[in-house]
Design a protein around this ligand. Structure first.
Ligand code: ATP
Ligand code: MG
Length: 351
């Protein structure tokens, strides 16, 4: 199985992967996009994940996850060929390192040693992939560094996840990280600009910093949309489903229910803002000439009424929702596009 794309595709790929079943197994929902031999989307699925986890960190979690996948494939009659999947950013360590000029073979022989300094996973547990993002011309090698993207994942987690798919009768052919898949939907034409992609899911928020469309930094926070649901459950004594309904219908728009729902969300909103602000400040201090100019929002949680405005106003930065079906054709779903950055990013992957 090949792990990760050979090159990070930053521009929307002109061709869509043919006959692929791309799976984004989230901690709350499983999102799936299927393409036919012409690269057209034939099916999309959003199915609940009642397990509360997406990556089996323990052996005992493999079987329940396999059963969930098996049931979803049966229920939606999904094709089993060319299964592409993504690793949750929570379990990934992504680093961009700047090092003096090395040839491919020099890099290959020193990369494990380089990685040990940056990736906090012990050598024997590390699955390491790397891509050269920038290599200066040889004549500039004395004055310019090269940039290399390092992606490290814990071996046990990769093996357990693949074991769950295999136990479900599926043979994954591709695995990459959620941020790399998501990046394929985004292209900024201003070469010197920086942007931040915010993927706000149920149990976490991944922040990907981009400079000139190239990945600079990825950080995963534990703040997710389910924290908002839990705040509504405890404030108004609601079930999880009912609280989700309120969250989706009213969010932090203070014109509803005399602002009582919005009020209950304020403490979580503050945590979200603090997490983003800390990362923004960290990045902007290191990139004074090119601070982040826009926030690109994706993940189911950004669909909450008032979420986009919460971020753009409080962080004083324009925010837009990422178009996760840009340049795709076929059976585009009517709703919940923000839940699909990873699944549709996977089908835009160049093999
Ligand atoms: N219209 C909406 N308004 C508010 N919240 C929404 C809306 N639609 C979905 N959500 C919330 O988004 C979350 C699901 O989003 P998503 O599918 O991106 O998460 P996930 O991938 O399962 O989670 P994670 O990536 O954290 O493992 C849930 O918390 C859900 O309540
Ligand atoms: Mg997710």
């Amino acid at each position: 199985m090949s792990l990760f794309a050979k090159k990070p595709a930053v521009a929307p790929a002109p061709n869509v992967n043919k006959e692929t079943t791309a799976i984004d197994l989230g901690s709350a929902y499983v999102k799936i996009a299927v393409t036919d031999k012409n690269g057209q989307i034939t099916q999309t699925v959003v199915a609940a994940n009642p397990l509360g986890f997406a990556v089996p960190t323990k052996n005992t979690q493999i079987e329940p996850l396999a059963n969930l996948l098996k049931n979803i494939f049966l229920e939606y009659k999904l094709p089993r060929r060319n299964v592409a999947l993504a690793m949750s950013e929570k379990f990934v360590s992504t680093e961009v390192i700047e090092i003096p000029y090395l040839t491919d073979s020099e890099l290959a022989s020193s990369i494990n040693w380089q990685a040990q300094q940056y990736i906090p996973i012990p050598q024997e547990e590390l699955v390491l992939n790397y891509q050269v993002l920038f290599r200066p011309d040889k004549k500039d090698a004395g004055s310019q560094n090269m940039r290399v993207l390092l992606v490290g994942i814990n071996r046990t987690n990769v093996n357990n996840l693949i074991a769950a798919y295999k136990q479900a009768g599926l043979e994954p052919t591709v695995m990459e990280t959620e941020s790399l898949a998501t990046l394929r939907h985004y292209q900024n034409d201003d070469p010197n600009s920086s942007a931040m992609i915010v993927n706000f899911g149920a149990s976490g928020m991944d922040l990907t910093l981009l400079h000139d469309n190239e990945i600079a930094y990825v950080i995963s926070h534990q703040t997710g949309s389910d924290m908002i649901t839990k705040a509504l459950m405890s404030t108004f004594n609601l079930t999880h489903d009912k609280a989700d309904e309120y969250k989706m219908a009213y969010g932090i728009d203070s014109s509803f229910a005399q602002g009582r729902i919005a009020q209950a969300i304020v403490p979580i909103a503050q945590t979200i803002l603090t997490d983003i602000k800390n990362t923004l400040t960290f990045y902007n201090n290191k990139n004074v000439a090119n601070p982040v100019k826009s926030l690109i929002l994706t993940g189911g949680g950004v669909q909450m009424p008032g979420f986009k405005e919460l971020l753009s106003v409080n962080l004083n930065t324009p925010a837009v929702i990422l178009d996760t079906f840009a340049n795709l054709n076929g059976q585009i779903p009517e709703n919940n596009h923000a839940m699909f950055p990873v699944a549709t990013g996977l089908i835009k992957r160049k093999q």
